[in-house]
Design a protein around this ligand. Structure first.
Ligand SMILES: [Zn+2]
Length: 249
């Protein structure tokens, strides 16, 4: 007695069934991918956070040294230093002497300390805030004295500034990032921190943005910069960059 299923093998199965199977096999990975990669949550309409310093800006305390986004400095190192963040500067840099106290931009919970996967050494700290966004404080001088999941208040001291070169004389600064809860997306802190960014930008020595002559008005101002998706391709692989590339890094 023949006990094979009525459908028979692939050779005898109606061709329509095979076609449907092939279509399902082709579409399934895309459905899974779409589920995995959620779009970036929108930034709040009004900046919810405060500055990460309790002292006023100035040449002897802290000042804005490099904004977030398609900066000239990041463009020149878009593959080496900033390749993981689509080639743009995915935080904002505040120059400050080593040991300058850093405070939490809002209340929240410390979720990571010295997370190597986020760079910004020698020490860093991440806080998840109640609105679902995360602040990352990079290039801290010492390991912050907290355990993971410690709650913090807005304005609470969470560490002191350091220098990525470990000299405290080459480029001591705080690298501050704002990310979504998934940590996949980086945002322009200008849209999250309530302060007079225009005045801070006036005295910043590193304000230049890299221009794309095919879209010369795009990403030309603080607060008008792209959201970064970490791990994705370069945003600034411009065919007609201005100024021209001089390093090719
Ligand atoms: Zn930085």
């Amino acid at each position: 007695m023949d006990v094979r299923p009525a459908g028979g093998n692939a050779m005898t199965r109606p061709p329509g069934v095979l076609a449907i199977l092939l279509i399902v096999a082709a579409v399934l990975p895309q459905v899974a991918l779409a589920r995995q990669i959620e779009p970036p949550p929108p930034a709040p309409e009004t900046p919810p956070f405060r500055l990460p310093f309790d002292i006023p800006p100035g040449p002897g305390s802290w000042f804005l040294v490099q904004p977030y986004g398609s900066t000239r400095q990041a463009y020149l190192r878009r593959v080496s230093w900033y390749g993981g963040g689509q080639g743009v500067h995915f935080g904002v840099d505040f120059a400050a002497p080593c040991g300058t106290p850093v405070v939490a931009v809002d209340s929240g919970t410390i979720i990571k300390i010295d997370a190597q996967e986020h760079g910004a050494g020698p020490h860093n700290l991440l806080i998840l805030h109640e609105n679902g966004f995360v602040s990352l404080y990079g290039h801290l001088l010492e390991r912050p004295p907290f355990a993971a999941f410690t709650p913090v208040q807005a304005g609470q001291a969470i560490g002191v500034t350091g220098d990525p070169d470990l000299t405290c004389s080459s480029r001591p600064h705080l690298h501050l990032e704002i990310r979504d809860r998934s940590l996949y997306y980086g945002y322009d802190p200008v849209n999250f921190i309530a302060t007079d960014w225009d005045s801070l930008a006036l005295v910043s020595p590193g304000m230049a943005f890299q221009r794309d002559l095919d879209a010369p008005r795009r990403w030309a101002l603080p607060g008008d910069q792209p959201v970064v998706r970490f791990g994705d391709g370069l945003l600034n692989a411009f065919a007609r960059p201005w100024p021209p590339d001089t390093l090719g890094w």
